[in-house]
Design a protein around this ligand. Structure first.
Ligand SMILES: NC(=O)c1ccc[n+]([C@@H]2O[C@H](COP(=O)([O-])OP(=O)(O)OC[C@H]3O[C@@H](n4cnc5c(N)ncnc54)[C@H](O)[C@@H]3O)[C@@H](O)[C@H]2O)c1
Length: 335
């Protein structure tokens, strides 16, 4: 069997997850990695990767890659996608593609002209709890969806240096929820109304961001979604979705360390939710790459494409504008 040859750029939190998942796939050979940090390259060398280099360009120009997985900081995504597309290499890129709408449009047109496949890392579409909800909604079990509720709270804020570069709450974190709001009911968003505050850490406010938000989305058929976000939930990663419709309601719960319930005279006790994304979405990360692989091997259509990235970015930009101008903002205003 000819294996699909992969390169990975960026071996930080998410890059290591993708590397380990790819190394376990029979149809894949990871032939190269790029990261400026020597210890990360050494870690990859020990795992048997042939080419380890601080330079993305060197990795791309090695002429051996069929596909690349981009896990570098957000400000390099667009350039790296462009370079790979021009070299005829398929791309799996972590979200978001870029923080600038014009740049995303430009890169998507370069990708289209090149004919390579580009998949975005909206991993929650591959989480079994959310897939179940989506399937039930699609199967008509709750009737016509009227209301969607998404709770998405992190256990703790990232470093301020990450917040400054990543796009902040809406473009780095809530962008997953904007994508889920579209995915879970299969409808497009036409309007965004957001309120935000700094309630967790004033340094986040000093960095020009918020750490707590409510976002109301209106879909094309006037049904609505409400998203609540916080950078700090003391009890762990809180990831829940509910869809309420004309025939009923479906909810997903958090994933816990275990499912025990201890009942005593003083109350009922349970384990905490899985702590953060690396634990909660471990299976989803695996599934998303298996899907990408399926697209490369069997020509399956991409489950998350560049347009999905563009639309979620537009919702995020509309949320930022809504906060700034203290009014609902229509998606068509974001050009
Ligand atoms: N889908 C998800 O659930 C998810 C989760 C976390 C992060 N992300 C996204 O993944 C990206 C990386 O986030 P992270 O948390 O892993 O960051 P990180 O800081 O942990 O890792 C980034 C890595 O990229 C390396 N790097 C920096 N510049 C580079 C360059 N020019 N070429 C090659 N490597 C370079 C760094 O040395 C580091 O090892 C971000 O865009 C983030 O939004 C997605």
């Amino acid at each position: 069997m000819t294996k699909i040859k992969f390169g990975i750029a960026g071996l930080g939190r998410i890059g290591k997850i993708h590397l380990d998942n790819l190394l376990r796939m029979d149809e894949v050979e990871v032939v190269a990695v790029a990261d400026p940090i020597a210890t990360e390259l050494e870690m990859a060398r020990k795992k048997g990767i042939e080419l380890v280099t601080p330079s993305y360009e060197t990795m791309i120009n090695s002429k051996t890659l069929d596909a690349v997985v981009i896990c570098t900081p957000t400000d390099s995504h667009a350039n790296y996608v462009e370079i790979a597309a021009k070299a005829g290499i398929h791309v799996f890129c972590e979200k978001p593609l870029d923080l600038n709408l014009n740049r995303v449009v430009e890169v998507l047109s370069i990708v289209k002209a090149s004919g390579v496949k580009l998949m975005l890392g909206f991993n929650r579409r591959f989480d079994k709890e959310f897939v179940k909800i989506r399937d039930l909604v699609e199967g008509g079990e709750v009737g016509v969806p009227h209301l969607v509720k998404i709770t998405s709270r992190d256990p703790g804020a990232p470093p301020i240096s990450y917040i400054k570069k990543s796009g902040g709450l809406f473009l780095d974190m809530s962008i997953h929820d904007f994508d889920m709001a579209r995915y879970i009911v299969g409808k497009e968003v036409i309007e965004v109304y957001a309120k935000g505050a700094v309630l967790v850490d004033e340094k986040i406010g000093e960095a020009g961001d918020i750490d707590t938000a409510i976002v109301i989305l209106t879909y094309e058929d006037q049904s609505m979604a409400v998203i609540d976000n916080s950078r700090e939930a003391k009890y762990g990663y809180d990831q829940r979705i509910e869809v309420f419709g004309s025939k009923g309601m479906v909810q997903s719960n958090n994933n816990f360390h275990d499912s025990h319930r201890l009942y005593t005279a003083t109350g009922v006790e349970a384990s905490l939710p899985l702590h953060f994304f690396l634990e909660r979405y471990a299976e989803a990360y695996k599934n998303e790459l298996l899907n990408f692989l399926g697209c490369l091997i069997n020509g399956d259509s991409l489950p998350v494409n560049g347009q999905d990235g563009l639309i979620s970015l537009k919702i995020g930009l509309a949320a930022l504008k809504s906060i700034k101008e203290e009014r609902p903002v229509r998606i068509e205003e974001i050009q």
